[in-house]
Design a protein around this ligand. Structure first.
Ligand code: HEC
Ligand code: HEC
Ligand code: HEC
Ligand code: HEC
Ligand code: HEC
Ligand code: HEC
Ligand code: HEC
Ligand code: HEC
Length: 439
């Protein structure tokens, strides 16, 4: 009933609108026929309710680099954060300041080099750039139209012809542009999944994901306001922890504001101002959990990150440095040698999976897809591949590590003694940050 009243009101609105603004009306009338699916997505959106029509977003100045004449109007196909920001200034500013906005600058990365040489350039376009964002270019043969080599693209750090970075419809699917949709984990999981950053999989296995998927109908997703603990309380989504409001914190479009660590590099690092950022995250948790529970979780998480850093990431990184400094690799081209792939998978895939698993309470990723793989790789792939190089400095480094670092000495001991150490708890004492002191 309410729905049909709304529709009638909306129709009345549009009749008024049609006579008031011919240009806006023409887009609607013609596109209702030519692209009816697109038209209906828009028609049911909050924008249509507020009389924001095609021309408000697509209208362009003839001098814009991507403007073209379309049925008597200058329009552009791209609607960038700069265009949305005319009406949504704060969101556009936060997106521009976020790490997401830098995601298109990957050309210099080792990942990009690897994809270009070991894969092939087209892998960059359809793989990397679809998540990270392409530099959108104008087709030199068709005045001001977008080049097929760089668009379609809705990567999170897309580099737009107007100089802005990102694309709002990476999360807010067009032409609904709804916040209800962006609040759900699916909005993030086109990109945040897979062997090197399995946040989607971690979430799905966590109790948070479990509770969410079995209670989606109680999430109050369509509510105008969506403050955790006030408008809903059943489970957190990705957006709850990383973006949306609590009773004490506003919504932010800068997804880095609640992170203490950067877990992406080989050795995890603190972010700037990391204590405040940790407090911001803990504030979210404490809507549903007690302070001691939350502190316990973060104690376990931080200790795990330190363990990964100290026991595996640092020695593996130091070992590779010795290998490179002594020019021990057969082929000069980076990634032309197997040991480089082994090291890469240790931190870029396995080590990230482990860290992400613990951060977001996914135990299978912490261990079986995580530190288990790291340990197997380290002892039975990386070290043997390094031994194969038959170099005294490499051998000395490994011998020293295995004999004098208590976290690696187990390899030289017997099972009975080790089991006893586990039983008495003395095994725990050796996992202290000793590696640094030893150097
Ligand atoms: C008389 C019909 C008609 C009118 C009026 C019209 N369009 Fe279109 N528009 C089309 C058709 C048909 C296409 C698809 C062309 C194609 O497939 O190449 C299109 C394509 C587009 C595209 C994609 C262009 C591209 O090459 O990427 C946009 C954006 C667009 N229209 C927006 C608008 C806006 C905004 C208005 C109002 C200012 C408008 N249209 C008015 C018929 C119309
Ligand atoms: C709230 C802003 C907004 C409004 C209103 C809007 N669009 Fe769009 N439109 C976008 C965005 C964003 C994109 C994706 C372009 C990009 O990647 O930057 C897009 C893309 C398009 C495309 C090309 C992509 C495709 O899937 O073919 C067409 C055609 C188009 N819009 C037509 C329309 C028409 C017709 C209307 C009115 C019924 C309309 N748009 C209303 C923001 C808007
Ligand atoms: C279109 C792909 C894409 C989507 C959709 C996406 N992200 Fe990201 N996200 C990325 C990429 C790529 C990076 C790494 C950025 C870089 O390399 O500069 C990233 C980084 C992040 C970071 C780390 C930020 C930092 O400061 O270190 C967080 C947190 C994050 N995303 C959360 C989210 C959440 C939550 C959502 C959904 C609401 C989401 N992302 C949607 C691609 C995406
Ligand atoms: C499925 C989407 C997706 C694809 C495909 C993808 N990435 Fe990423 N990439 C991400 C996400 C998401 C992150 C951030 C992960 C995190 O913070 O845990 C990321 C992180 C990175 C980082 C680390 C950035 C930093 O500052 O630490 C680099 C570099 C990178 N990607 C380059 C590439 C390259 C090059 C390719 C193609 C060979 C590629 N990525 C393919 C989604 C993707
Ligand atoms: C990483 C995913 C993501 C990206 C990218 C993103 N948004 Fe959002 N946006 C969200 C989420 C999640 C919400 C829901 C916030 C809430 O419920 O409090 C939201 C809400 C909004 C709202 C509703 C107001 C509010 O704060 O609740 C507006 C307006 C908005 N976004 C505009 C934009 C614009 C403009 C851009 C591009 C400059 C953009 N968004 C990019 C995820 C995203
Ligand atoms: C001409 C002004 C204008 C432009 C341009 C515009 N919007 Fe909006 N937008 C609005 C208005 C008005 C509302 C309704 C505000 C409200 O109800 O609080 C809205 C609401 C929204 C919402 C909240 C939807 C919901 O579910 O309540 C999102 C998300 C959003 N816009 C995203 C975008 C994105 C992304 C773009 C660019 C692609 C964009 N807007 C361009 C005016 C605009
Ligand atoms: C219960 C809250 C919670 C949920 C739900 C959640 N996260 Fe996280 N996320 C965290 C915490 C806590 C961290 C680590 C924060 C720190 O560094 O202190 C984190 C870290 C991250 C990072 C940074 C990884 C890096 O390499 O530095 C990304 C990206 C991310 N989450 C994305 C997501 C995505 C995508 C989802 C949904 C599929 C999600 N998160 C669900 C709490 C959550
Ligand atoms: C909207 C409410 C909500 C928020 C916010 C929330 N959680 Fe939870 N969390 C739950 C629920 C519900 C459970 C399942 C409780 C149970 O075991 O029955 C849970 C379980 C957990 C568990 C137990 C995992 C297990 O497998 O036993 C941990 C750890 C946890 N949360 C940590 C966090 C952290 C850290 C944050 C903030 C980054 C957070 N939670 C934010 C609702 C929430």
């Amino acid at each position: 009933m309410r729905q049909s009243v709304l529709v009638i009101l909306l129709l009345l609105n549009f009749i008024a609108l049609l006579s008031a603004d011919d240009e806006a009306a023409q887009c609607l009338v013609c596109h209702q026929e030519t692209t009816p699916g697109l038209y209906l997505q828009w028609y049911e959106s909050p924008h249509a309710m507020s009389e924001i029509t095609c021309i408000d977003c697509h209208g362009a100045d003839p001098s814009d680099p991507d403007a073209f004449l379309h049925e008597d109007s200058y329009i552009a196909t791209l609607v960038t954060p700069g265009d949305c920001g005319v009406c949504h200034e704060q969101e556009a500013e936060e997106v521009g300041n976020s790490y997401h906005a830098t995601a298109g600058m990957i050309l210099e990365s080792a990942d990009a080099y690897l994809a270009n040489v070991a894969g092939g350039h087209q892998a960059m376009v359809t793989g990397c750039e679809s998540c990270h964002g392409a530099r959108v270019e104008i087709d030199p043969d068709s005045p001001n139209k977008l080049a097929a080599t760089s668009w379609p693209n809705s990567g999170i750090g897309r580099i737009n012809p107007d100089g802005t970075k990102g694309s709002c419809n990476a999360c807010h699917m067009r032409h609904g542009f709804s916040k209800a949709q962006a609040r759900q984990p699916e909005a993030c999981s086109k990109c945040h999944l897979g062997p090197d950053h399995p946040q989607k999989e971690v979430y799905e296995e966590s109790k948070h994901g479990n509770t969410y998927y079995t209670n989606v109908d109680k999430m109050n997703l369509d509510s105008y306001s969506w403050v955790v603990g006030e408008d809903y309380y059943i489970a957190p989504t990705c957006a709850t922890c990383h973006m949306t409001a609590t009773s004490d914190q506003p919504t932010t479009h800068d997804v880095g504001q609640r992170l203490k660590w950067t877990l992406r590099p080989p050795i995890s690092k603190f972010k700037d101002d990391h204590e405040t950022k940790r407090e911001n995250m803990a504030d979210v948790c404490q809507t549903c959990h007690a302070g001691t529970f939350v502190d316990g979780h973060f104690h376990q998480f931080d200790a795990f990150v330190e363990l990964y850093n100290i026991k595996f990431a640092r020695p593996a990184t130091d070992l590779m440095k010795i290998v490179r400094e002594n020019k021990l690799l057969e082929r000069e081209a980076a990634f032309g040698n197997e040991i480089e792939w082994i090291y890469w998978e240790l931190w870029h895939h396995e080590g990230r999976r482990a860290r992400h698993g613990v951060a977001m309470a996914g135990p299978d990723y912490a261990w079986w897809h995580g530190l288990y793989d790291v340990a197997h790789n380290f002892y039975f792939e990386l070290l043997p591949a390094a031994r194969e190089l038959h170099h005294p400095e490499v051998d000395k480094f490994i011998d020293n590590l295995l004999s004098s670092d208590p976290m690696h000495q187990w390899l030289g001991q017997n099972t009975k003694d080790l089991k006893q150490a586990i039983k008495t708890g003395s095994i725990r004492d050796i996992y202290n940050p000793l590696y640094e002191a030893d150097k």
